[in-house]
Design a protein. Structure first.
Length: 343
């Protein structure tokens, strides 16, 4: 439980013009993170929703507050308000014309540059911004992220980690996620529709975090990953090289063993990649040499099929999938299969 449950924050009223200027500095003083900009949804059906927001501003309707988190450099990351600020920025850049207006009909079809005196009025429109100071516990900031992003444009747990824990480890996750197989695997486990909520980044993070003995694992995978990335946010360059090499070599060993199609239960009629098999195989292959795998490739594959048909193993796949006891049980059963290879 958090010792300090009270937020350290302060409010400030920013004119739209100032907000946009702060997003355009180099480096940006107001960070509309590229990952969040990707989630801009107000142009899905044209620009009517963004236009209505602009019209509301001209009507001087009170606007909901935006929330920013202060980073270590004193710059601000937008937690809540991305849609509104992005809409303002796009309109100020003449990226869309107003449409669907019901009050300011005379502005229908106009760009920002065509608004005349209304330009100044919009530039001077202020919006209340709540700044969460960097002194706040990271766990508390994460909770605020989660609570404020429960609408239609919801951030994933990994997107929140990406915002709160930038650094060398996060950069490594991004780089390793460019592997074509990881991209394909990530899309597959996300379902038919390609997701882009940094699922692949989280897959890489899972591998590194699950290499530990799980002594600090408390049955909540997301919290476990949070703690791991916080602890290792800015590890040294030598360790980054070791981790990069380790992941690539371990993945290659899995690909070699299962003919470029690892992490699936081949005993099922419909084969589908699963993170359960990914976690287990990547964890175990980490300590196996390529020479050993090459010499025992066929029998390792056969032992994995046996495991997938094992009654005790399948019990760990129903209910409490990520409980510590289930993870350790799967590991024990799989190690027994591997140990039996050499008698």
């Amino acid at each position: 439980m958090l010792e300090n449950r009270n937020l350290n924050l302060y409010p400030i009223d920013y004119p739209f013009e100032t907000l946009i200027l702060r997003t355009n500095t180099n480096p940006a003083k107001l960070i509309l993170d590229p990952e969040f900009q990707r989630k801009y949804k107000w142009d899905n059906d044209g620009n009517e929703r963004a236009s209505k927001f602009i019209e509301s501003c001209l009507m001087r309707i009170p606007l909901p507050a935006c929330y920013f988190a202060e980073n270590e450099l004193g710059n601000h990351i937008v937690i809540d308000g991305v849609q509104r600020i992005t809409s303002i920025k796009r309109f100020f850049n003449d990226e869309f014309k107003l449409e669907g207006l019901t009050i300011f009909n005379e502005l229908e079809g106009k760009l920002f540059s065509e608004l005349g005196d209304y330009k100044t009025e919009l530039e001077n429109t202020t919006i209340r911004c709540i700044i969460l100071r960097k002194e706040n516990p990271k766990e508390l900031i994460q909770e605020i992220f989660a609570r404020l992003n429960q609408g239609a444009v919801q951030l994933t747990a990994q997107e929140i980690r990406h915002a709160i824990y930038p650094g060398k480890l996060d950069n490594l996750l991004i780089k390793l996620s460019e592997n074509p197989f990881i991209i394909s695997f990530g899309n597959g486990i996300s379902g038919k529709n390609v997701k882009d909520g940094r699922e692949t980044n989280e897959m890489i993070l899972r591998y590194f975090a699950m290499q530990n003995d799980l002594s600090n694992y408390e049955d909540k995978l997301s919290k476990y990953l949070d703690k791991f990335i916080e602890k290792n946010q800015n590890i040294d360059d030598d360790q980054i090289v070791i981790m990069r090499t380790d992941f690539i070599e371990t993945l290659n060993k899995c690909m070699l063993t299962f003919d470029n199609n690892p992490f699936v239960n081949t005993t099922k009629t419909k084969e589908r990649q699963s993170l359960v098999y990914y976690d287990l195989l990547m964890w175990s292959f980490h300590s196996l040499t390529t020479e050993y795998i090459t010499a025992n490739k066929q029998i390792i594959g056969e032992k994995f099929k046996e495991l997938c048909q094992d009654v005790d193993f399948n019990k760990t796949l129903s209910g409490g999938l990520q409980q510590k006891s289930s993870i350790l049980r799967r590991r024990k059963l799989w190690l027994e299969k591997l140990d039996s290879i050499n008698g």
